[in-house]
Design a protein around this ligand. Structure first.
Ligand code: ZN
Length: 237
């Protein structure tokens, strides 16, 4: 009896420790992603927000913090209902947007930026067409969600809808959003989207772009599936 209760106490302590460790790991990943996006100039100053989810725990950048020097301790912890369960600082004003993406698409990470190229295009176009085959990694032509005031349920609703069958969307006169199965994938998509916006911008400036048609897109998808695009392969002997 005595031994059994000692064992269960140890197990309980181990479980509590693992929970705290996971939360710290989530916060570190969010802080590292925010610093990386700032270093790549996708987020500037306090504009933009990043989150990561594990089960019903979401770690999200705090409102008003300088993202280029974000520390894990500054990252807020909330549940999927938006109730804050950790951290001293208030979560991002776009919390409802992040939670909307987690609830609808079961994502593991979400990135929202005011990246220069994506934001410029969000002020000018209604859809970003597929002009390069790498854009198919984002799911196809990128929708531009209708404009709504930042931080509102309306903005969350129209933006989550614009992500249907895509991992990226532009937000009219505002910026960009991406998500992934984890935060690294969401960051990679944010970088890819910003690059694609730059390609479109430059092609537009010299009289283009020439859009890819449906047959060309399907051939890329078929080739990617048969060749395992994006992963390394051992050379054949
Ligand atoms: Zn924003």
């Amino acid at each position: 009896m005595g031994e059994a209760s000692v064992d269960s106490t140890h197990a309980g302590a181990a479980n509590r420790h693992a929970g705290a460790g996971n939360r710290h790991d989530l916060r570190e990943r969010v802080a590292a992603a925010a610093r990386r996006l700032a270093a790549d100039r996708l987020v500037i100053g306090t504009a933009g927000n990043v989150s990561a989810r594990e089960r019903d725990v979401v770690a999200i950048t705090p409102t008003g913090a300088a993202l280029e020097q974000l520390e894990p301790e500054q990252v807020a912890i909330v549940n999927l209902e938006g109730e804050q369960t950790g951290g001293e600082l208030e979560p991002s004003s776009e919390l409802a947007l992040h939670l909307g993406v987690y609830r609808r698409y079961h994502a593991g990470g979400v990135v929202h930026t005011h990246a220069p190229m994506a934001t410029a295009l969000s002020c000018a176009i209604d859809e970003l067409p597929v002009v390069h085959y790498q854009m198919l990694m984002l799911g196809g032509p990128i929708r531009v969600a209708p404009y709504a005031t930042f931080g509102t349920p309306e903005l969350a609703e129209v933006t989550v809808e614009a992500l249907r069958d895509r991992t990226a969307a532009l937000m009219a006169n505002h910026g960009a959003i991406t998500y992934g199965h984890d935060l690294d994938a969401a960051v990679d998509s944010a970088l890819l989207l910003e690059w694609a916006c730059g390609v479109y911008w430059h092609a537009k400036a010299i009289g283009g772009p020439r859009e890819m048609d449906a047959a060309q897109c399907q051939a890329v998808i078929d080739a990617a599936i048969s060749r395992g695009y994006g992963s390394t392969r051992e050379r054949s002997e």
